[in-house]
Design a protein around this ligand. Sequence first.
Ligand SMILES: C[S@@+](CC[C@H](N)C(=O)[O-])C[C@H]1O[C@@H](n2cnc3c(N)ncnc32)[C@H](O)[C@@H]1O
Ligand SMILES: [Zn+2]
Length: 151
Amino acid sequence: MPKKSKSRKRAVRIKVRKSDVHGHGVYAMELIPKGTRIIEYMGQRVSWEAAPNDENDPHTFNFGLDNGEVINPEIGGNDARWINHSCDPNCEANEEDDRIFIDAIRDIEPGEELFYDYALEIDEPITEESKKKFACYCGSPNCRGTMLDIS
Ligand SMILES: C[S@@+](CC[C@H](N)C(=O)[O-])C[C@H]1O[C@@H](n2cnc3c(N)ncnc32)[C@H](O)[C@@H]1O
Ligand SMILES: [Zn+2]
């Protein structure tokens, strides 16, 4: 009897390696067409209060959800945690049913680093000091100088 065929989507080939922007980053290992769902941002779901957080350290892996929870990839996380920020990104983070997916917003060539716009939100008002604290080194011509959402 023929086996039942399962229509499971193939994982997109990506790789974690050192980045020119910051620490480690994630790179495309094949052409990733616009609209491709690349990876889910995995990790333990915790309340903001329970999330590991040092307010004086702009280096963070926490991903805030609309329901007030935070995904902490230090427990149960995957390679999505290494994706860096750019002010001119080739990906975007989309929230669906309390899950975060990283999707390509344009065709991405093999060897290109993946980026999405973190658009970070902080509790205090945004000042020149806080912009500097969350300084962006993406190097794109339209870099806004900070990973904070200043729109
Ligand atoms: C989820 S981690 C990304 C992985 C990080 N590159 C690493 O090696 O740990 C997010 C942190 O990386 C740094 N980062 C990411 N994109 C950056 C950028 N464009 N400019 C400066 N720092 C960045 C910030 O410290 C940010 O809080
Ligand atoms: Zn930038």
